[in-house]
Design a protein around this ligand. Sequence first.
Ligand SMILES: Cc1cc2nc3c(=O)[nH]c(=O)nc-3n(C[C@H](O)[C@H](O)[C@H](O)COP(=O)(O)OP(=O)(O)OC[C@H]3O[C@@H](n4cnc5c(N)ncnc54)[C@H](O)[C@@H]3O)c2cc1C
Length: 476
Amino acid sequence: VSGAADDLVEVLAGIVGAAAVLTASDDLAYYGSDRCRGGWPVAPRCIVLPRTVEQVQAVVSACAAAGAAIVPSGGRTGLVGAATATAGEVVVSLERMHRILEVDATGLTLRCEAGVTVEAVQRAAAEVGLMYPVDFAAKGTAQIGGSIATNAGGVRVLRYGSTRAWVLGLDVVVASGELLQLGGALVKDNTGYDLRQLFVGSEGTLGIVVGAVLRLCPPPAATVVALCAVPDEARLLDLFAHVRGGGVTCSAFECFDAGALRAVLAHKRLASGPFNPPSPQHALVEFEVAAPGDAMLQAVQDRVAELLADAHEDGLVSDAALAGTPQQARDLWSLREDVSESLHRHRPHKSDVTLPIARLAEFVPAWRELVAARLPGAVPVIFGHIGDGNLHLNLLAPPDEDPAAWHARCEAFDAEAYALVGRFAGSVSAEHGIGLLKREHLHHTRSAAQVELMRAIKRALDPRGLFNPGKIFAPA
Ligand SMILES: Cc1cc2nc3c(=O)[nH]c(=O)nc-3n(C[C@H](O)[C@H](O)[C@H](O)COP(=O)(O)OP(=O)(O)OC[C@H]3O[C@@H](n4cnc5c(N)ncnc54)[C@H](O)[C@@H]3O)c2cc1C
């Protein structure tokens, strides 16, 4: 599908109202791309802001009739260019479909429209004493539809899994304009292929998610949070094994290095960090307290303090801060959660990979060696969800580097770095997806047979290539 009929904007205005079709250049720029600046053109034909499922269906049918491609658009916090419109596509933004439709505190489910933010879902769950446990720093802007389309992970995957685990039902508008209602509030449903899961992580290439039924769960009674100063990456992994076997439930095990902390301190205008002397590596560890009551909380705090003391004795941590109040816990968490945003203004070259946990200690030095050899002067900054084997590898350009030259050098570096990930049996994308950014590297993780099968699924659901062309793989 390419181009668009001349009268398409008018037809779309007839469906959603003239005020809900945007064509001003500021709007095209604003809605036309996500957080990834990959150097692609940002050139949507127009932006459509439907309010109802029926409007989405009519918009899809009108675009199909006009042969105009569609980019489904959420909060545009994505980091791989998957929500970017590069060639005259119609961007369908779900931002006006943001209602929470029902919270069922007995069935532990929440039904919502796709444009509601992840944070609003968390709040609605909390209002009835429940929890939606998918949690990540962009939750205030990222939408449920976008988080489903990317199978968002975040900081508690270790304990609760990715978005995929929390999607019970999905309403999706497909290329024919039909509404598919897949699953619902049923916990059990073995009726053949799970079509619903096909759409989770599909990056807007198979249809537009317009609504979802999400699972909720009871929250822990309390949490205990510790920040540990760790000498190096190898000991981070030893510390992970140590706390995981320590008899308390670990709900997050996150890491960030000295460079990441420096960026956060500068961003927050803080003169000094949590440890003196500064530490090369940090582990932010969260434990759950299962039952209410001061005694339970105290017991978990005591056990965590013991675990950290043992870790100190064994040389796994050089120092540690245990939060004594919820505010202190939030302050420690913010040092980890603010890393991505703090680095953003330095325009790092980013990469999100996952490795088998057992091979992380070998992979990181090999990657650092590659950086030193191929990008001398570049500053590596590593943070991530190390409990899931998921590292965010960032590279800051040497001072005075010409941006175009840096971009070209990074592209050449990526080819080698993703090949390295493949050799370590890792994935070229842990949680951000493939989008435009990584489609040339997909083959390091997916075999030719798998990619062909994915293309066949795309052809079956979207034979004319209406949805998000060029994302995940180049158009056939
Ligand atoms: C500071 C920061 C921290 C982040 N931390 C994490 C993290 O810890 N874990 C993580 O996994 N990600 C993280 N991300 C990435 C991003 O927030 C997630 O990928 C998020 O799920 C994207 O949601 P969105 O609504 O912004 O989607 P968008 O960026 O708008 O879109 C992403 C993809 O989904 C498609 N899409 C959007 N809405 C729909 C819909 N309704 N139907 C069909 N397709 C749709 C788009 O076409 C695109 O392919 C982070 C991003 C930032 C900026």
